[in-house]
Ligand binder design. Structure first.
Ligand code: FAD
Length: 411
């Protein structure tokens, strides 16, 4: 493993740090205002594009930065260390849809969509999961019948993040019901304003409506929107999923490192037994509790271990050109650690977390309100953290991959 950076890489780091510090936007909108988040993310993306920092991993010929793996790692590290806003509503376009078009799209598809994604003009969503097909994605049953120059799509998707604010969707449909299940699937670009699409937001327990059910009733999509060949969608989809476990994930880890730091600060400020317990006596600070102190110290060590594992994995991929099979191991360690960090935050805050109400407007003024805001932020993040061992392949599926591909166990 080589985790020393070359002088060129250090210069790249300095340039990235300087630009991010000078340009990162302040005051992102609240999580629950999806339209405002969309506008904010598009404007931020556009600013990165103008300065040549958009599409850090995309090849230069498609308008990206064409950065090496180590430069990507440095960029994401600097981005997250600076606390720069993550344009999360643009995740699918930048990390799935765009890269898939680069790998498998036609020239017409590339020249229409890629510049719009990079310039911050379109939002994409991912229509893969269905009520009967999540982990076992190959079982999907939304069907598409070929009718002249169109595909006619009927069926249902679920958990489609940002379907309600997206222009386009990467949609998996079954085009040959008689073929073996992984063979009869096609990958299609679906315009979200097509006639016959009904989008119904799902309210999560954290109170936001980031994901939706999407219903298709004889939706006509031009056949020219199929990416790759008809019935070759599984191969196309696998190239999409591969991107999700790349270097972009590092910024989440750096964010988690920051959160552990914030948690330590929270434990210094919060009296043992939670915010409601008697304040003022330094001996009762939560940080002074031996068990809590030990767990916080362990978490700080664990986020550092996580970063070393990622460096090792990226360094190996840079050397061999083959994505490391340890990615699932890192992913599962990260998502479980993230949940433990947030669960510990709830222990530190104590019973007052029960006052949290997802429907209340956030408050930002006065000291008391500031304390409440800190509490709300931790509760909100804790509720969101439950999803981290499900999204992008559940922890059980990751364990299966580790068993088979890392440990060499039988299926
Ligand atoms: C925050 C979030 C955002 C998401 N965004 C999107 C999106 O934008 N687009 C999209 O298409 N999907 C999205 N998803 C859906 C996600 O991909 C699925 O939830 C995930 O693949 C699991 O599928 P499932 O929910 O159908 O659970 P199931 O596959 O039904 O699994 C249920 C349980 O059984 C376990 N299990 C299933 N199969 C096995 C097995 N072979 N071995 C061991 N255990 C197994 C699972 O681990 C899980 O605990 C999102 C999910 C979340 C949480």
């Amino acid at each position: 493993m080589d985790i020393t950076f070359t002088p060129d890489e250090e210069r790249f780091r300095a340039r990235a740090r300087e630009w991010i510090e000078a340009n990162k936007p302040s005051d992102p909108p609240v999580e629950n205002d999806l339209e405002a988040r969309r506008d904010f993310d598009l404007a931020w993306q556009s600013r990165m594009y103008e300065a040549g920092w958009a599409g850090i991993s995309w090849p230069k010929e498609y308008g990206g930065r064409g950065a090496s793996l180590m430069e990507q790692l440095i960029w994401y590290e600097e981005f997250a260390s600076a606390g720069a806003h993550e344009p999360s509503t643009l995740f699918v376009g930048l990390n799935h849809g765009g890269p898939t078009l680069i790998a498998c799209g036609s020239e017409a598809q590339k020249s229409f969509h890629l510049p719009r994604i990079l310039r911050g003009e379109t939002v994409w969503c991912q229509g893969f999961s269905e009520p009967g097909a999540g982990s076992d994605l190959g079982s999907l049953s939304t069907r598409a019948v070929i009718d002249g120059d169109d595909l006619v799509v009927t069926g249902q998707k679920i958990w489609t993040s940002f379907a309600n604010i997206a222009e386009f969707q990467e949609l998996l449909v079954r085009t040959d019901p008689d073929a073996p299940k992984h063979k009869g699937i096609s990958w299609v670009i679906c315009p979200m304003d097509a006639k016959g699409i009904d989008i119904r937001p799902i309210r999560s327990m954290a109170g936001h409506q980031d994901f939706c059910e999407v219903f298709y009733d004889e939706v006509r999509i031009p056949r020219a929107n199929v990416v790759g060949q008809i019935n070759d969608g599984w191969r196309v989809a696998m190239s999409t999923l591969g991107f999700e476990r790349g270097t972009a994930f590092l910024s989440e880890q750096v964010r988690l490192t920051r959160m552990v730091g914030e948690l330590i600060e929270l434990a210094k400020l919060t009296p043992l037994g939670g915010a409601a317990a008697s304040a003022g006596d330094r001996a009762t600070r939560t940080i002074d509790d031996a068990d809590i102190g030990r767990r916080l110290a362990l978490m700080r060590a664990e986020v550092e271990a996580l970063r070393s594992m990622t460096y090792r994995s990226v360094s190996r991929t840079a050397r061999t050109g083959v994505p490391s099979s340890e990615a699932s191991l890192i992913r599962i360690f990260f998502s479980e650690l993230q949940q433990r960090v947030h669960a510990l935050a709830m222990e530190i805050l104590g019973p007052q977390i029960l006052e949290w109400d997802a429907d209340e407007q956030p408050v930002t003024t006065s000291l008391g309100a500031k304390r409440r805001r800190i509490r709300e932020t931790w509760v909100f993040r804790w509720l969101l953290s439950f999803a981290s061992t499900i999204a992008a392949g559940s922890k059980d599926i990751q364990r299966n991959i580790i068993g088979e591909r890392v440990l060499g166990l039988p299926r």
